[in-house]
Write a protein that binds this ligand. Structure first.
Ligand SMILES: Nc1ncnc2c1ncn2[C@@H]1O[C@H](COP(=O)(O)OP(=O)(O)OP(=O)(O)O)[C@@H](O)[C@H]1O
Ligand SMILES: [Mg+2]
Length: 273
């Protein structure tokens, strides 16, 4: 790429670019190859889910992107920067399965935490907390404490906190894994709306095929031993993630496609043989 290209194509720099990424954990019982040969690009503003059986390296990949761990091989770039630089520049927000809220802080104070840590003034913090609380539908709850909220509400606080510094990238590891199905579907719709409104790219780890399809532009299918990407499925479902989508034939077709990719060959039906 020439210098001019770099200057003029800034908006097209991918949010995440993994080239030949591998991760091996040395353990007492020998090396565990958690990931190998991962090639993945997530465009700015794109929603990508990682799906695959337990142990296939989804969390490991997310942790490498977040610079919570270091790749053994390959190169990871976040908005064209090394993962470490992106972390220091606060280019992304993180939300994991456990909301990780501080129980002694109110909802508002939890959302404000990253802003506080980075020296944002009290007035600016307060304005941003109001904005974020509205975005996740918790305006009436900013003075409550986490243990006074339902699990779904706690996750919404965690999402608000992850968005506090206007990240261009959100990294989410099974954020709705512990929730009941109704709350989960509701938060999926909310997340789709929030991602569209903020224009943030999202890398989203899940075990749920319908969840991956409903939310994503692309679903990345992984398989274990060693953890690698085996398929990438474009959903092509457009930008409108309305509830009705869940009952559409296009949606069912994609759910089936992802299921078949996860299970290898199409499921054979005995009565058709
Ligand atoms: N710190 C570590 N030390 C040793 N092995 C590890 C470590 N972290 C992960 N692993 C191994 O790497 C592999 C991938 O783990 P990872 O947590 O990424 O899987 P996952 O796809 O997120 O699984 P799950 O769906 O159960 O969350 C597993 O075999 C796991 O045992
Ligand atoms: Mg995991």
């Amino acid at each position: 790429m020439t210098a001019i290209d770099t200057a003029t194509t800034t908006p097209t720099i991918p949010a995440v670019k993994a080239s030949g990424v591998g991760k091996t954990f040395p353990t007492k019982g020998g090396d565990v190859v958690a990931l190998t040969g991962v090639e993945l690009e997530v465009a700015a503003g794109e929603f990508v889910s990682l799906i695959g059986p337990s142990g296939c390296g989804k969390s490991t990949l997310l942790r490498l992107i977040a610079d919570l761990d270091e790749a053994s091989t390959g190169i990871l770039e976040i908005f064209g920067k090394p993962a470490r630089k992106a972390r220091l520049d606060q280019d992304y927000g993180i939300a994991f399965q456990q909301s990780g809220l501080l129980p002694w802080r109110s909802v508002g104070a939890n959302i404000a935490l990253p802003l506080e840590l980075h020296g944002v003034s009290a007035a600016d913090r307060s304005a941003r907390v109001s904005e974020l609380a509205e975005l996740v539908g918790l305006t009436d709850f900013v003075d409550r404490y986490p243990d006074q909220l339902s699990g779904g509400m706690q996750q919404r606080v965690a999402i608000a906190r992850a968005l506090a510094e206007h990240p261009r990238l959100l990294l989410m590891d099974e954020p709705f894994g512990a929730l009941d199905e109704m709350t989960r579907e509701y938060l999926q719709s909310e997340l789709a709306r929030i991602a569209a409104e903020t224009g943030a790219a999202v890398v989203f780890v899940t075990h749920s095929i319908p969840e991956a399809v409903f939310l994503s532009d692309r679903v990345v299918v992984m398989s274990p031993r060693p953890g690698r990407i085996t398929d990438v499925i474009e959903t092509g479902l457009g930008t409108n993630r309305a509830e009705a989508l869940r009952e559409s034939p296009e949606y069912f077709a994609k759910v089936t496609e992802v299921r078949e990719a996860l299970h290898g060959a199409p499921v054979e039906r005995a009565n058709e043989r």
